[in-house]
Design a binder for this molecule. Structure first.
Ligand code: GDP
Ligand code: MN
Length: 439
């Protein structure tokens, strides 16, 4: 048949894209699921170094700038104190900034302005640079590596130390595995000076730096435990020509399971959080913003995840319509939770239709149906008239009763479809037919 081969390859490509999309949405959903027990809290370098300084881990003098002008002023102030040379460092939560051009030396205020101008706004591995750290430039004689981490596999902590620093430790592990020391650290005995020295010696840090490096390691361990970190990494830890040992870079991951006894809010990063996600969090909703057009609401993380897949699949037939979010309203699904969920989902202007997919369990479908009816009433009374179609699929416990309630209520924006595939298809179709909001 003419063109059949072509159709085949198109379909293969579409299928491949779909698998990628599904993987992406699943990953986002998994990320969200993790937030129920608490996501790891990654710090910016400047935040990590603030903690270092609190614990007496030596760091160069530094200050954060949001604009090139600020970078210039900070450098001018440093120059007035006798250190005109600075390093301008992109603040993004990813490594390899140096290689990407995000770490630049500057010889004075004007140069710092120029380097900051070049670095702010830069994209480093998908992270946009909003801030730069202006740090007093350090003369480097040698670069080492030191970290503490939670070693889940061995149910203990571990220190990694190497005389080969400044490059990613994974690369050292590849090129020169013997240069890396892995020293288990017992949570019961921790790291005193003697243990710290053992770690430093195992990493073959030379004698001229060993004593100070061990002190640094001891303090770093204190920070690691006191702050409930799962990772602290200093790469590079440097030896200067005048014999000082400092942390020139810092990476810290805090354990959010300890949030109840730590103040993690102070590390919150408004610039990288989606505003709808922030509002959802305030309403205690388990929501992740995605890229598509069909708003998704379901009960249970597993069901919502498969709903994302089914909608992405159905959307292929309508020019690539995709799910706009992940939202798990959990087991309860009261009218208020449903109203909050609908409000959050509909506040995303890229949403053109909503798919409410509920499998009745302990909370039966009749309760959910009543929830939907009162949610629409509640939204109307809040002045938030629902202006986009809602496709509802109810199944499981008391599905028939739930469906009857919705049929009876005869809500103009609500349409019922009995199967998950059919409902996904209808939601995708409605999204494809609707104009974008505000367009
Ligand atoms: P990363 O690339 O994201 O790990 O950023 P780092 O802060 O580790 O910087 C990368 C590299 O830039 C370091 O390994 C150093 O070689 C160099 N570097 C950073 N700060 C300074 C500095 O103050 N003086 C000098 N001479 N080099 C620096
Ligand atoms: Mn580094």
């Amino acid at each position: 048949m003419p063109g059949a081969g072509c159709l085949g390859s198109d379909r293969r490509r579409a299928r491949a894209r779909l698998l990628v999309d599904a993987a992406v949405t699943r990953r986002a959903a998994r990320r969200k699921q993790r937030t129920e027990i608490g996501p790891p809290v990654d710090l910016f370098e400047y935040q990590a170094k603030e903690l270092f300084a609190e614990y007496g881990v030596p760091v160069p003098k530094d200050k954060v700038a949001d604009t090139p002008e600020e970078a210039r002023e900070i450098t001018a102030a440093f120059a007035a104190e006798g250190t005109p040379e600075v390093v301008v460092k992109a603040q993004v939560k990813t490594g390899g900034r140096g290689k990407a051009g995000g770490v630049k030396l500057a010889d004075g205020p004007a140069d710092a302005y120029e380097k900051a101008q070049r670095i702010i706004g830069m994209d480093i591995k998908g992270h946009t640079v909003h801030k730069v750290l202006i740090a007093e430039a350090t003369d480097i004689q040698s670069e080492y590596y030191l970290s503490f981490l939670l070693d889940r596999a061995n149910r203990t902590f571990m220190s990694i130390c190497s005389v080969e620093g400044g490059i990613e430790i994974e690369d050292v592990a590849h090129s020169n595995p013997d240069a890396i020391a892995r020293v288990p650290v017992s949570p019961l005995t921790g790291v005193d000076y003697a243990k710290a020295l053992e770690i430093i010696k195992a990493g073959r840090i030379p004698d001229e730096a060993a004593e100070q490096a061990a002190l640094l390691a001891e303090r770093l361990w204190a920070m690691f435990t006191d702050e409930d970190a799962t990772l602290v990494e200093v790469n590079p830890m440097v030896l200067t020509p005048d014999g000082r040992v400092l942390a020139l870079d810092g990476k810290v991951t805090l354990d959010d399971n300890a949030a109840y006894r730590q103040d993690h809010e102070r590390f919150a990063d408004a610039s990288s959080t989606d505003p709808i996600e922030t509002r959802a969090k305030e309403k205690h909703l388990n929501y992740v913003k995605l890229e598509g057009e069909v708003g998704i609401i379901g009960n249970g993380a597993g069901l919502v995840m498969s709903t994302l897949d089914v909608v992405a699949y159905a959307g292929e037939a309508f020019g690539g319509i995709r799910p706009a979010n992940f939202l798990d309203i959990g087991g309860g699904a009261s009218a208020e939770v449903m109203a909050n969920g609908l409000e959050i989902v509909l506040s995303d202007p890229s949403v053109r239709s909503v798919f409410v997919n509920v499998f009745g369990g302990i909370t039966a479908c009749d309760a959910v149906a009543n929830g939907i009816v009162s949610a629409l009433g509640l939204l109307a009374s809040r002045g938030e008239e629902v202006d986009r179609p809602i496709v509802v699929r109810l199944d499981g416990n008391k599905a028939a009763e739930g469906r009857a309630i919705l049929t009876e209520a005869n809500l103009p924006v609500v349409e019922q479809v009995d199967t998950m595939d059919g409902a996904a298809r209808r939601a995708a179709e409605l999204a494809a037919a609707a104009p974008a909001k505000g367009a």
